[in-house]
Design a protein around this ligand. Structure first.
Ligand code: FAD
Length: 434
């Protein structure tokens, strides 16, 4: 059976390698972290989650929920690992990051048709075809340069920030209480309440805190879904209260009412010994993070297992440079998967790995290219990154209903409309000859 090279054992690369190996291909999988780390990864494990420990909503009538439904139909290994490592997180699919990555790493090492090479790929010319490049937003500089030459233009980029993780024992549970918003779920989040004065002081201190400001950050483009809290504060003092600090539906048991603002903490590992600050990505200097976050009631003595940070993300102008099957327009046996193709998010990255495994298989079997149905979540994601009309202002996207085509007949009720869209997506996806 044909040998395929996959570069990068992140979310997309691990999924793609396992899928191809399951189909019977021999896979050579390169991963560089034994030799050199990225600025955001911390371990040598495959499919490491660099920031939040959540794959987002599992909601049956949500676009991210539909993407998971479709991935399950394709026997996603990443999704299987997520369920194996699942921690309570309300409607979201939260995971113990260590258990999750260990599961995938073991699966890859134990697969008889995957050969792992712990090495840095420095040039596209170094690897045989067919190949899949899944080196992510923090692609090694030398390979990034080789890709830049291959495509003949600059990469696009934006910035992503990481939220801190707290030692559970250091949370003051006399103040922070456990609950899900509107009491949906089993009370998985810790909630740290703030009154108006505390909130205003907190906002002032975020404004005053020293930030990490490399010179090119003045023109920084942040991804909306991962925006640092300081950037939100710059948009207005109340922005956090309508964003990650939204208090509504979180009644403090001590008062019976919802407070002025709330900081939520989500369980980060199976044991429940670590919690991450939901939506608190930050580029404040380390010392300032400790000082400012300890102002949060319930976190006065917080011990930080990991502090927040910020990183530049590379991505290709996919509508301009990639074919519909995510192969290069300059080399039809060179495929790309993961965030580098312009999707945003762990699970969206995973799904491009899933899709590319199918596209490669179709091509190697001399079959006509058959993308996932346009009405499905995967089809919509693919369209969003390969539609040539988007090339001029191309920006990364995660899955949302806005990417899915409208229904043929109008439906005024939003909930019914969504249900109909999901039901159509499911029927069509079931019939996809992947
Ligand atoms: P990765 O998972 O990064 O995998 C790429 C792999 O390729 C890495 O293991 C890397 O070591 C390897 N590699 C790179 N270059 C080479 C080379 N030349 N040779 C060999 N190996 C190489 N998404 C979310 O959904 N939630 C978040 O909270 C979140 N936070 C983020 C925070 C930061 C700082 C960043 C950068 C991104 C974040 N993302 C987040 C976005 C995105 O979902 C993740 O980056 C995701 O891991 C992308 O998956 P991937 O497979 O494309 O890349």
């Amino acid at each position: 059976m044909k040998q395929i090279t996959v570069v990068g054992a992140g979310l997309a690369g691990s999924e793609c390698a396992l899928q191809l190996a399951d189909m019977g291909y021999q896979v050579v999988l390169y991963e560089m972290r034994d030799k050199t780390m990225t600025p955001a990864h911390k371990t040598h494990k495959f499919a490491e989650l660099v920031c939040s420990n959540s794959f987002g909503s599992m909601g049956e009538h949500s676009a991210p929920g539909q993407l998971k439904w479709e991935a399950k139909k394709l026997n996603s290994h990443i999704l299987e690992a997520a369920f194996h490592a699942q921690v309570p997180a309300g409607q979201a699919l939260g995971m113990d990051r260590e258990v999750f990555s260990a599961y995938i790493t073991e699966k890859i090492h134990n697969h008889p048709r995957i050969e792992v090479r712990n090495d840095v790929v420095t040039s596209l010319d170094q690897i045989p075809r067919p190949a899949v490049i899944a080196t992510g937003p923090l692609t090694h500089d030398q390979l990034a340069e080789s890709m830049r030459k291959h495509f003949g233009d600059e990469f696009l980029y934006f910035f992503d920030a990481i939220a801190p993780i707290i030692d559970a024992d250091s949370i003051n549970t006399e103040i922070a209480w456990k609950a899900d918003r509107y009491d949906k779920g089993t009370g998985d989040y810790y909630n740290c309440p703030m009154n108006k004065e505390e909130y205003n002081r907190f906002i002032e201190e975020i404004k005053n805190a020293r930030k990490i400001e490399p010179k090119h950050f003045e023109t920084t483009d942040f991804f909306e879904g991962c925006m640092p809290i300081e950037v939100m504060v710059d948009r207005g003092p109340q922005t956090l209260r309508f964003g990650p600090m939204k208090p509504i539906g979180l009644d403090d048991p001590r008062t019976g009412r919802y407070p002025w603002a709330v900081v939520q903490l989500r369980q980060d590992n199976k044991e429940g010994t670590a919690y991450n600050m939901v939506g608190f990505q930050t580029r404040m200097a380390y010392g300032e993070q400790v000082r400012v976050f300890r102002m949060i009631p319930g976190l006065e003595n917080a011990e930080f297992l990991k502090l927040g940070s910020i990183h530049r993300n590379l991505f290709i102008n996919a509508p301009k440079r990639l074919n519909k099957d995510l192969s290069s327009k300059n080399d039809p046996w060179l495929f790309f998967a993961g965030q580098i193709t312009g999707v945003e998010g762990y699970f969206e990255s995973t799904c491009t790995g899933l899709m590319v495994s199918r596209f490669l298989h179709q091509k190697l079997s001399d079959r006509v290219f058959t993308p996932p149905p346009r009405v499905s979540a995967m089809g919509s994601l693919l369209e969003a990154i390969t539609d040539e009309t988007r090339a001029e202002h191309f920006q990364p996207t995660n899955i949302n209903f806005g990417l899915m085509p409208p229904l043929a007949e109008k439906e005024r009720d939003k909930e019914i409309r969504k249900q109909k869209q999901i039901s159509l997506a499911r029927t069509e996806f079931e019939n996809w000859n992947a």
